[in-house]
Write a protein of this length. Sequence first.
Length: 253
Amino acid sequence: MDRLRNKVIVVAGAGGIGGGLARRYAAEGAAVVLGDLDAASVAATVAEITAAGGTAVGTALDGADEASVNAGVALAVERFGGLDGFHANFASFKDGESGADILGLPMEAFDEVMRVNARGFVLCTRAALPEMLQRGGGSLVYTTSGAAFMGEPLRLAYAMSKVSAHALVRHVANRFGAEGIRANAIAPGVVSHARFEAVMDPDVVAGMAARIPVGRLGRPEDIAAMGALLMSDEGSFITGQVLSVDGGNSMRQ
Ligand SMILES: NC(=O)c1ccc[n+]([C@@H]2O[C@H](COP(=O)([O-])OP(=O)(O)OC[C@H]3O[C@@H](n4cnc5c(N)ncnc54)[C@H](O)[C@@H]3O)[C@@H](O)[C@H]2O)c1
C-alpha cells in the first residue's frame, strides 16, 4: 500500500468514484490535487484524506475549461514540485437526463456532453503532458464507461464521448510511450455510491446486480484499485488499454 509514494497526482472529478480514487491514491502515498466544479464534495474528501494522515489539496476545477485545467496542474506543480499522474474522471450526463434517443435528443445536450467529456479530456491531457514529460514520464488515466461498447437506446452523446476517450488513450500511448508516458482508460460497469443510491430504486439496483456475473454492483474502491495499479510503477508495462472493471458485465475480446 505504498506504491504511489513521492508521486503527485491530479484527480479531476470528485464525485462518488472520484472520491474513491483520491482516497486510494493518497492512502498509497501520493500527494493528491483534487478538483471539481462541486466545491463541497472536494472539501469533504480532502478533509477525510487529511484526517487519515494523507496529503491532499482541493481546488475548484472545470475540466472543460482550458485555463481552469491548466491552473489545476499548476497548483500540483507549485505545491508538490511536479506531476506524475493525472486522472480525468469527471463527466456530464446531460443527454441521459434528457431521456431521449437520437431523434429527440436536444443538440444542446449533445454539444454539452461532448464539450465536457470529450473536449475536456483533451484539455486535461494537453495540460498534464508537458509537466509529465519534464518529469521524465507519467501516467494518464481516464474514467470512461462500459457504455462505450455496450450499445444503449439512450445516452448517445455520453457513449460517443467515452469512445472518443479511447481514441485519445491510444494516441497518447503511441505518440509519447517512448518518452515515458502511459495512458489507459478504466471502463467501469455500474458503480454504486451515495449519489447513485440517492436516485436509484433499490429493486432496480437488486435486479441490475443479479445480472452481473459476480452478483454485485461495483464500488468506487473497485475502480480505485485499478487506478492505483495504473498510476504505480507496477503498471509500467500497461499502456494504450481500455480496462473494464465491471464484475464481468462485458466480456469482450
Ligand atoms: N457510477 C457509475 O455507474 C459509472 C459507470 C460507468 C462510468 N462512470 C464514470 O465514472 C466517472 C465518475 O462518475 P460518478 O459515478 O462518480 O458520478 P458523480 O456524479 O458522482 O461524479 C461526477 C463528478 O464530475 C463532476 N463534474 C461534472 N462536470 C465537471 C466539469 N466540467 N469539471 C469538473 N468536474 C465536473 C461533478 O461535479 C461530479 O462531482 C464518470 O466519468 C462516469 O462517466 C460511472
